[in-house]
Structure formats: C-alpha cells, structure tokens
Design a protein around this ligand. Structure first.
Ligand code: ADP
Ligand code: MG
Length: 694
C-alpha cells in the first residue's frame, strides 16, 4: 500500500483552491496528471524579478516595475479592435494601462477610478507616454509585498496562466509533508543536500539564474532521487525476473563445435567473450537477463545463434524476436542454412502468417517440432504456445521497454532473456534503459571491413551525386537512397520518397525501387528481394531499412536531409553499406544553411565510424531526449534528472540500487519503507507491485 505520509500529495489538485472544474482538464493536460504531486513536479523554467519599485518618473523602458498607482480615468474603446486604456499615476508621472479585448465590467472592478492599485508589469514608452500592456498583477495596496518579489515562471498552456498556477502551487507547497529520508545519511551530509521537502520548496523559489543550474545541491538531490527511483524500480524488475526459477542449461559442446565448424569464419575475440558470458548465465539456475550491445555489423547474429543452440542442445526451444517482418525474415535467411547444416529445425512466425499456414506453424511451435523460432512480436500473442521455451532473444530492443521485457518473460515458463541492440548508446543511457540487465559489448568488428568513405554535400549538388551514382552503378554497384524523416508525419515522408523515386527513375529507369512503411508486407518483400537479387540498382526508402538489413553488394548510401536524422540513426543507416568486399561510400546530403550544431553533428559522422563514440558525441551535442527520439527509444522522460548533466549521479544511483536490492529486496527495513515512498513520488510504484506479485 502507498505510505500514508503521501496521502496529501496524492490528493486530486481539484481539492486546491483555484483549480475549479473549469480548469481541471487543462491542468491535467499541462501536468500529465491530476494529483498534487504532479503539480509539484511542474518546475519553473525562469524567473521574473518584480522587486523594482521605482517612481514612475524613474522607470526605465522595458523594466518590470511593481508599484502603487492611483486610477485616474478609463478610456474605453470607441470601436472594436482598439484597446482600452486606464490612466493611472503616482505622484511623479502618469502611466497608461493598456488592455486588448478586456471587458468593461472587469476593468471597472479591477481598476476602479480613484482607487489605489498595486500593479506589476513591463513598462514601455509609447507616443511619448509611459504604458504597461496588460499588467501581470493587480492588487490592493496591502498586496505590494506579496507581488514585489522574484516570481517563478512555469510552463503554461491555454487556459492556465501564471495566476492560475500560482495559487494552487502556493497551497501545494504549504502542504508538503516531511517525508522520512530515503537517502543514505553520509551521502546527504557529504554533498550538503537539503531534505526532499526543503529541496522542493527551493525548487519553486528560485532566486537567480544560478538556481537553474543542474549542479546546485537542490537540483542534484532531486535528480538523484529520481535516478535512484528509476534504478531501484529496474532492480525490482530484475529481482522479479531472476526470482522465477530458470533452469541450468548444460552446454552441449558437441553441438557448439559443429556450429563453429559450419561457419566460414572464426569468431572474433569479442564474440567469443560474449558467448562465454552467455554460457555462464545460461548454466546458472537463475535466469539470464543480458544485453548484447554491438554496433551494426559487429556480428551479433552468430552470438545469438550460439545462445539459441544452448537451449536447443538441452532439449528446449529458443526464440528470437525482431522488430520488423523484414528483419525476422532476414534472420531466418541467415540462420536457416546454419541450422539445417547442423540438423536443427527453424520456424518463422510473423503477423503476416494467417489462417492455415499460421496454424501449422503454431502447431510446430506447440509440439516442439520447431526448435528455433524466429518472429516478430506476433510470437508473443495469446494463441502461440511453446512446448518448452528456454531462451528468448529480443533483437534491436530499444523499441521495447522494461515492462514489455517483464511481460514477455511471463509467457509460460521462465526463459532466459537476451536482448540485442545495434544502437550503441552512451553508458549512462545504457543504465537508464537497461539498468536491470547485465551487459556484454561487442567492441570489435569482424576483420576485413573497409571503412566507409563519408562525404557531406549540399543538396544543390544532387546533380553531381546522381552522375556519380551512374558511374558506380555502371561498375555493378547498388545503392540505397534514404529520404527524410519528418517527425510525426509518415505521409510527408512518403511524399518525399515517392517524389524522389519518380525523379530517379528519370535517370535510372525501371531499376529503381521504392520501399516505405505503408506498403503491404508482401510488396515490401518483393522490392527487398529484387534489390537483394540485383534486379534493382537503387532502392529509395524511408527509414524502414534502418535496422539490420543486410545486402553486402550495396555499397552506396545516400541520405537526404541528413541534418534531420539523429546521429544514431545516421550511423545505423550507414551501417547498411560497407558489408561486402568492395569499398563503400556514404553521402550525407544536407539543406543549407546548416546550424552550427548541425555542422558539428554531420562532421562527427564524417570523421568516425565508431558507434559508441558517435553516441557519446550525440549525447554531448543534443542531450538525451533527442538522442534516440523519446518515442522510439522507450527512454522515459525525466522530471528532474538530466542524463548528460547528471551522468555521474546515474552511475551512483545504479550502484546504490543494486546494493539496496541485495540487502532489502522486499523494502521492509525502515529505509526500505522510505524508499517505497520515493518510488511512489516518481511514479515507479509498479515496481512495488512487482515485488509483491513476484
Ligand atoms: P549485426 O547483427 O551485429 O549487425 P551480423 O551478425 O549481421 O551483424 O554480422 C554482419 C556480417 O558479418 C554477417 O555477414 C556475418 O556473417 C559476418 N560475420 C559475423 N561474425 C564474423 C566473424 N567473426 N568474422 C567474419 N565475418 C563475420
Ligand atoms: Mg543484426
């Protein structure tokens, strides 16, 4: 149950004055919740200093002034569209208060003639008179002190302005409870951190720009709280996954040897090490929960196969789940021959399989006739039952979240879980996204890779690019041509790709294909197959080819509007070439003018092919939110923490969360109880359900 001390914070904001039924909806939209705690997490972005109270004669243009004036007269507009004026003065000068679209009744009530009114707002000269357009505040003379202060500025929305926010916020801050400390006392002392309550109060009472720095004790404390809550929640998930008894697979060395012999190459050192990690995990009776991180082309697939064979060799099944149909089919094509060479059966199941065919595949999975099962998330639909699922591999997992991991491992028995991602991400982000997992990294690429020659060109030079492409194609090359991604609008993506396709057909005739996300899966396959078979020279595509596609003969990658892509994405796309024996090129077409950051980012792409380095640079340049694209990455938005500025705290929180999970897995100690409150505060309380149900 939720700790009782939190009750006030979890009450509806409707219980606060100023949040009437009229505003409640807008508040909920703005805050993303309707509890007092949601309001309290709504943090100011800036401040306005209202402490200047000069005589009007001395007021400077553009200054924010708070002062007491006497209302002299109202000049109501003669025509619609003209502003109303309220003439006011102190004993030194007059000031026009200007209102657009104000109701006469309201003006008369707020600024009665002859009354003394405290106003606050920006003063400007206009036609030789001093004016203030829509004062931010108007109050009684006794309100002067409460108005003349440093006012925090909050993000707002239609219907909720500063005044609508200020009142309930004040009230919410008044009911802030003293919460039991969940942080380790020595840590709090050594860092000079305030209590949570004091930190919250300070958060809402910034006094200068310095208070917005991520390094203040207030911000550090709150960021650490949040990071700890997230990391602890992940550790709870991990405990839950680990707790379900897994099985100890004994590694079938004969099968392993046959497998290695069937490969036309030697495993790299990194692959061998990753396989050793996996073998060790799978041999343990507790479940494996491991992330295999490796750049595009680093050879994750054969590592996955080794893991699958561990399950198969022990008489169980292994499944591999890919994010798209194309990738599932491609895994099937890569793994199929290896499997048949060593006498292991494979089944493929995707959303496309329907009716009888689907039934037949499902039956093979149910009966155990299928030893390795490859598919999309269709694999984990209700009607698919496994005979004995020992291992689940999730490929390119950054599209799935922690909770999907949990759900997936709830399928029947308790399989080992291996997640593979081809998006090299900075260490701190790895902890954010995969804090619950053990990590193996493939740093090293298989030998013999040729560097991809990367060029930056303005779109004005598209004529040269097409001419160059013609020459390359004449020598047998194949090329991808990727069209811009316009956030949130697949239709616009599509229009751009269709147009480019038509345009390139002028140059290359029918040997140009088009691939996009709106196509029927069978049509996609046809186009892809034609490109693989060399029936098409150029493949115009939206980002559907982003992940994993393998056509070694493709040696040219053209990316239009490269400045619109994330570096991680560009890196993924570039990884589609340079897979064969021939030298490859990547042309990043941009639309001038490039911003300074745009230039830097594209230069990073030109200068290195090291995915991990690119990822670190991207984080540095753009911050975490955009790095992976929140929507895609499953990266949850932080309220207080900044993945880049608080990277060191992230590592600390991770270590501490592991320690807590070890010592007090049910959070029953006194500190454990306090930590439960922390989990609720940051909406990580699902983790508590996890402990209970686990
Ligand atoms: P990833 O999935 O990590 O992007 P893949 O597993 O698709 O990479 O491997 C890319 C290519 O490298 C494949 O053609 C694969 O057969 C090949 N490959 C994998 N490991 C090795 C190795 N140790 N030596 C040579 N080639 C390898
Ligand atoms: Mg792959």
């Amino acid at each position: 149950m939720r700790p009782l001390v939190l009750d006030t914070l979890f009450r509806s904001i409707r219980t606060l004055s100023g949040v009437g039924p009229k505003h409640a909806k807008a508040f909920e939209k703005l805050l993303g919740g309707e509890r007092i705690i949601d309001l309290l997490w709504h943090k100011p972005l800036d401040i306005i200093d209202r402490r200047h109270s000069p005589k009007l004669r001395d007021a400077k243009a553009g200054q924010v002034v708070t002062t007491t004036v006497t209302i002299l007269q109202h000049q109501l507009p003669k025509r619609r569209g003209l502003p109303a004026r309220v003439v006011a003065s102190d004993d030194t000068a007059t000031l026009d208060l200007v209102f657009f679209n104000a109701h006469r009744d309201w003006i008369e009530k707020t600024y009665p003639v002859n009354a003394q009114v405290v106003i606050s707002g920006r003063v400007e000269p206009y036609n030789n008179r001093l004016q203030m357009v829509h004062p931010d505040h108007a109050g009684k003379p006794e309100d002067l002190a409460s108005i003349a202060k440093i006012e925090p500025i909050y993000p707002m929305t239609a219907g909720i302005g500063p005044k609508q926010l200020a009142k309930p916020m004040d009230e919410a801050l008044k009911v802030l409870p003293d919460l039991p400390e969940w942080l380790d006392a020595p840590l709090v002392q050594s860092r000079n951190w305030p209590t949570w309550k004091a930190a919250m109060q300070a958060l809402h009472a910034p006094e200068s720009a310095a208070d917005f720095e991520p390094t203040t004790p207030v911000r550090q404390r709150l960021a650490y709280d949040e990071l700890l809550a997230r990391q602890l929640a992940m550790q709870m998930v991990r405990l839950r996954i680990k707790k379900l008894k897994g099985r100890a697979f004994s590694i079938d060395t004969a099968l392993r040897t046959r497998f290695l012999k069937s490969l036309p190459f030697e495993m790299t050192g990194a692959q061998t090490m990753a396989i050793a990690d996996i073998d060790a995990d799978m041999a343990e009776p507790s479940r494996m929960l491991r992330l295999l991180q490796g750049d595009v082309g680093s050879g994750k697939t054969v590592v996955a196969m080794a893991a699958l064979l561990n399950a198969v060799g022990a008489g169980a099944q292994g499944a591999i789940m890919a994010p798209t149909e194309i990738l599932a089919r491609q895994h099937a094509e890569t793994l199929g021959p290896i499997a048949s060479a060593i006498g292991v059966s494979i089944a493929v199941l995707t959303g496309r399989d329907k009716g009888k065919q689907r039934e037949a595949i499902a039956e093979a999975i149910r009966s155990g006739a299928a030893q390795i099962i490859i598919g999309t998330h269709a694999l984990f639909q209700e009607d698919v039952a496994f005979k004995d699922l020992g291992l689940v591999i999730i490929d390119e997992q950054h599209r799935f979240g922690v909770h999907q991991r949990l759900m997936l491992s709830d399928k029947g028995v308790a399989p080992d879980v291996l997640v593979m991602t081809a998006t090299p991400i900075p260490r701190t982000l790895t902890l954010t996204l995969y804090g619950d997992m053990d990590v193996s990294r493939l740093h090293e690429k298989p030998p013999g890779r040729k560097p991809v020659d990367t060029r930056l060109l303005s779109i004005d030079r598209i004529g040269d690019v097409v001419a160059g492409l013609k020459r390359k194609i004449a020598t047998g090359a194949r090329a991808y041509w990727v069209c811009p991604l316009v956030e949130e609008s697949e239709l616009i993506d599509l229009a751009a790709a269709t147009e480019r396709h038509a345009d390139l057909q002028q140059h290359f005739g029918a040997r140009v294909g088009l691939l996009h996300g709106k196509m029927k899966p069978t049509d996609k396959d046809k186009v892809m197959a034609a490109f693989m078979a060399g029936e098409l020279d150029v493949l115009v595509a939206t980002t559907v080819i982003e992940v994993g596609v393998n056509v070694p003969e493709a040696t040219v990658m053209v990316i239009e509007h490269a400045e619109r892509f994330g570096l991680a994405q560009l890196h993924q796309l570039r990884g589609r070439v340079g897979r064969g024996l021939d030298a490859s090129a990547c042309i990043l077409l941009y639309t001038a003018p490039l911003s300074e950051m745009g230039k830097q980012r594209l230069s990073v792409m030109r200068d290195t092919e090291d995915g991990f380095l690119i990822a670190e640079k991207d984080l540095e340049l753009r911050g975490a939110g955009e790095l992976l694209g929140t929507r895609q990455s499953g990266l949850p938005a932080f309220r207080m923490a900044d993945v880049e500025a608080h990277g060191d705290l992230m590592q600390m929180a991770h270590t501490e969360a592991k320690l807590i999970a070890e010592r007090d897995p049910m959070l029953t100690s006194r500190r454990g109880e306090a930590l439960k409150a922390l989990l609720y505060l940051f909406s990580q309380d699902q983790a508590i359900q996890t402990i209970r149900s686990g």
